[in-house]
Design a protein around this ligand. Sequence first.
Ligand SMILES: NC(=O)c1ccc[n+]([C@@H]2O[C@H](COP(=O)([O-])OP(=O)(O)OC[C@H]3O[C@@H](n4cnc5c(N)ncnc54)[C@H](OP(=O)(O)O)[C@@H]3O)[C@@H](O)[C@H]2O)c1
Length: 259
Amino acid sequence: MLNTRDTVLITGASAGLGAELAKLFAAEGGSLVLVARRQDRLDELARDLQSRCTVGVRTISKDLSRPEAPREIFDELSQAGIPVDVVVNNAGFGAHGQFTELPADRQMQMIQVNIAALTHLTRLFLPGMLERGRGGILNVGSTAAFQPGPGMAVYYATKAYVLHFTEALGEELRGTPIKVTCLAPGPTTTEFAAKADLERSRLFSFGVMDAPTVARAGYQGFRQGRLIVIPGFKNRLLAFTVRLSPRAFVRQVTKRLNA
Ligand SMILES: NC(=O)c1ccc[n+]([C@@H]2O[C@H](COP(=O)([O-])OP(=O)(O)OC[C@H]3O[C@@H](n4cnc5c(N)ncnc54)[C@H](OP(=O)(O)O)[C@@H]3O)[C@@H](O)[C@H]2O)c1
């Protein structure tokens, strides 16, 4: 059911899935808070959304790899008297390569953005949602969450965290009006693969989905109150097969896919 009064905060809205999710939430006619580092991209999206939908859009340029960033976002919105009804924790990135060969700083930033910022923003905004008796959290995980990922060890592990955290939170909030969803996409055409140096991997050589389709599945699943959304038949089949397969076999297959 559409709720036209929602204020929706979306991280990583300057590109890919975040920008597509922003378009879907904008169509509801509420207000948006768009967060990412690239202010010019956020402004361009805000102008586009406001020209097509009657939606209020605020942009916040913030580097979520800085530990203090979630608190700064929360304080800015609190001081402006903007209650956030829905948080979409979408910002994230990956890095392809052997654990000991990738820069340590980049791996630590990945943990900060993919795990710590997502957790902190959820912790900051959820109490207000519970008080007001409305709202939800849409966390963007990945099909990487379902198995270990040799060749992208830290990234896969961050997404396992997102899945388990979101599932546990969903159970804790069962019976409340707060909706919690983990969107777990498989390979999708965004800026992600190029930034992660994955474009030539087997993983991105077949069955890659387009961002609008993946975002729509996540958006609809969230509004329907589904806890886990895996867009695409191939991705659902793989996630299911992993559960029935020996872990050593799964590790080897994933290693080959990431090569
Ligand atoms: N594409 C895929 O194949 C795929 C598959 C499974 C899961 N996912 C997940 O989907 C989510 C969205 O990724 P995408 O595919 O849309 O990739 P994308 O096109 O690269 O977009 C990533 C977004 O995250 C933002 N971001 C990255 N680092 C940030 C930081 N330090 N501070 C603030 N914002 C930051 C980027 O904005 P700025 O650069 O402007 O800061 C951008 O808006 C990620 O969590 C990703 O792990 C993607």
